[in-house]
Design a protein around this ligand. Sequence first.
Ligand code: GRF
Length: 220
Amino acid sequence: TVGRMDRWDMSRMPAFSDPSQQNQSDQTPLRIGVMASGNGSNFEALAQAIDAGTLAAEIRLLVVNNPGCGAQQRAQRLGIPCTVLDHRVLRERERLDQALVDCFRSAAVEVIVMAGWMRIVTPVLINGFADRLVNIHPSLLPSFKGLDGIGQALAAGVKITGCSVHLVTAELDGGPILAQAAVPVEERDTHTSLSERVHQAEHRLLPEAINAMIPVWRQG
Ligand code: GRF
């Protein structure tokens, strides 16, 4: 499994090796917010990478839309603040997104990571955090956008799939790709077995991709 940072970010990457280019704020942990709807294993992978010292960030706030979901339980166990914004209460997409923007701004969040957020987002959120809203998707984009990237890969019979970390734009799963990891599909793979290996790849790739972007965000 290989994570790659290429094209888009290289052109915007500052001269990070030159210490004079690093201002004071580069030393402080990146303040991230996380959005999750379900299990939350990617959310926990971010927390673990922070603890391990491989991601120079702090998770200021988790927002979930499903009360009691796995991600919320993980946040409780990890001692990370969690807010529930239930889409059954905030029924209009724009209202939900405005509430997300408000919560993350109050928590002084610099960058938002969508880690299994199963709602379509609107320009209210996308423009509120322009170039600072990241998503992880379980396929090698631009293949298999939308729901069930794993099932789509199995149905297509591809021999290699994987995961992608990308910036969120108005086009669903279509923003600039920051990093990808490849996962070979095996003959005997089921949805469960392939999903497990893609998740393992995601847990490595997501913190790595976020960490590599910190100098870009701090300069922007
Ligand atoms: C991941 O496969 C991610 O790519 C997709 O949703 C899934 C979330 O898994 N967007 P988890 O909740 O982090 O375990």
